[in-house]
Ligand binder design. Sequence first.
Ligand code: GTP
Ligand code: MG
Length: 353
Amino acid sequence: MLRRLFGSRGSRKNEAKQEIQVQEVTEPEVEQQEVEVQEAETENTVEPVTKTGLFARLKQGLSKTRTGFIDRISQIVTGRAIDEELFEELEEILIQADVGVTTTLELMDTIRERVKTDKITDGSGLQSLLKEEIVALLSKHHQPLALSDERPAGIMVVGVNGAGKTTTIGKLAYRLKQEQAKVLLGAGDTFRAAASDQLKVWAERVGVDVIAHQEGADPGAVAFDTVAAAKARKADVFILDTAGRLQTKTNLMAELGKVYRVAKRELGRDLDEVLLVVDATTGQNALSQARLFSEAAPVTGIVLTKLDGTAKGGIVLALANELKLPVKLVGVGEQMLDLQDFDPVEFTEALFS
Ligand SMILES: Nc1nc2c(ncn2[C@@H]2O[C@H](COP(=O)(O)OP(=O)(O)OP(=O)(O)O)[C@@H](O)[C@H]2O)c(=O)[nH]1
Ligand SMILES: [Mg+2]
């Protein structure tokens, strides 16, 4: 489950510094800003991660969806003959679990056809078929998180307010650090002072550095400084946080586009990943978020968070089927290890087991 994004390169020593430094930077493209650099204090202690441990966490995180979705399906199919009434009940459960009308209808068409061709007559056969079709659907556009070999690799994280962007960055930084990568975070949410403080807390916990400006500063300037610092410090990867924004606010979406372009220009190429963080509990609105955020910045994939908090994890099927964008990571809790690669087979296995 824990896929290596980087080759092993031996442990890097962290330059341990106690105080937070404040330094003035001058650079050509943005007005002078006060830049705060929070440096990692100590090497974090790395918890051992096992494949079984991660699968158990995923299973645990999906327990509400399992109860509200998969178990209900088991209940209706058990001991039943397959008829139109059963198909309709199944359809209803899929829609209630946020699979969405379009995807439900497509899935049901395939299932009706396969029941005929495979001559399935009982409920348990139907359930196995559903499981197979869910894997097929989730695999359709599947692509894992991918960082190129060029250094630094760049990730920008976008999404609506409260979706889980900053938390996802903390968890991702932790995971990359475990893979011996040198990670630098950029506090591009300058809207509230609390936003960069929250990122700094994560950075401290994980043991990575943060580039931050003052509240109200130009987020483009933070993007610029983050990329410049990542290059200067020979970081393996930088992750840029951004302020949450409603996808319908055109001025804020334009600002996001600008932040992306500043980061891209300074990096000299496209960022490796622009991750749209989507709260699994927001339901079908996720589809509109994906469309409008993709228009503002070149979104490369979805991080679906808070799956642990919903019985409607069926949204992952709607996203995988109706968007060209792959779901790359899933959030199943608030702890560091609760961000996992989205793997269609393992995900379905965790859902059904
Ligand atoms: N249960 C659960 N909570 C999560 C998950 N991901 C994030 N959260 C919680 O969701 C809340 C919002 O998370 P943030 O990371 O601050 O969200 P954000 O997108 O950065 O929010 P803004 O910066 O305000 O737009 C926090 O309380 C997180 O702990 C998850 O996978 N599961
Ligand atoms: Mg945030």
